[in-house]
Design a protein around this ligand. Structure first.
Ligand code: ADP
Ligand code: MG
Length: 243
């Protein structure tokens, strides 16, 4: 197994509040790692530390073996290797679907418009949104917007995709299409880190599941370990609440 991202002794505080307490995780190439846990346990903060939307208080984040927190590390370049999909889509509402998927490729990756369009269309087709290139976000359902957001992120050719509760803002009838899209991506061998409340999905697609509680990794294992044979009382209590 090749480690893509290695997180060593990561801590993050907001003022007096220590939100992440000595987190150690490795994300391996091609693996689907799911993070579950109660609201406030630090899941989003962990994802935001991985892509450095938040600066860790201490610890190391190694990307392909190099610590990205050292002074001279090329952070803008590092961020282009990570895709992030949020609960709230964050599409550009003034741009149509195709332009949403093209703009980052042109401005950040310096691709030509032609090449960027070709890549955008391939990815929109992958998420079943190929017919909507000219639509504006306002014309789309929540599920369609989220699939466009995924296509936009994929168009940057990230090494790792981070998803922070990608279906939590959706009407229940839209959840399935987004989960199916993510499942299809997982099957292509994409490296994915997914924070989710969808336990059936987590059980189905994950190679590994992490249960977070109050800023620590309380338990980690295969879906079978976590969902069928949880060892820790707090994992059992959490699952009893959500399943
Ligand atoms: P989760 O995603 O598991 O619900 P979060 O990572 O969002 O948890 O939050 C963990 C804790 O960190 C919460 O107590 C939250 O209030 C706190 N927190 C998160 N972001 C900030 C911030 N920018 N400033 C201060 N406190 C924050
Ligand atoms: Mg969160």
């Amino acid at each position: 197994m090749t480690a893509m991202i290695e997180i060593n002794h990561l801590k993050k505080s907001f003022g007096e509040n220590e939100v992440l307490k000595d987190i150690n995780v490795t994300v391996n190439k091609g693996e689907v790692l799911t993070i579950i846990g109660s609201s406030g346990s630090g899941k989003s903060t962990l994802l935001r530390c991985i892509n450095l939307l938040e600066k860790p208080t201490s610890g190391a984040i190694l990307y392909k073996g190099e610590n990205v927190l050292t002074k001279n590390y090329d952070l803008p370049k590092y961020r282009t290797h990570l895709g992030m999909v949020f609960q709230s889509f964050n599409l550009f509402n003034n741009m149509n679907v195709l332009e949403n998927c093209v703009s980052g490729q042109v401005t950040v990756l310096k691709r030509s418009k032609e090449e960027a369009k070709k890549i955008a269309i391939e990815n929109l087709e992958k998420v079943g949104m190929g017919r909507y290139v000219s639509a504006k976000p306002a014309q789309l359902s929540g599920g369609q917007k989220q699939r466009v957001a995924i296509a936009r992120s994929l168009s940057m050719n990230p090494d790792v995709m981070l998803f922070d509760e990608p279906t939590s803002a959706l009407d229940p009838e839209m959840v399935g299409e987004v989960l199916l899209t993510m499942k299809a991506l997982a099957e292509t061998g994409l490296t994915m880190v997914i924070v989710t409340h969808e336990m059936g999905f987590a059980r189905d697609v994950s190679d590994r599941v992490i249960f977070m509680d109050k800023g620590v990794i309380a338990e980690e294992g295969t879906p079978e370990d976590i969902f069928v044979h949880p060892k820790e009382e707090r994992t059992k209590a959490f699952l009893a609440r959500v399943l």
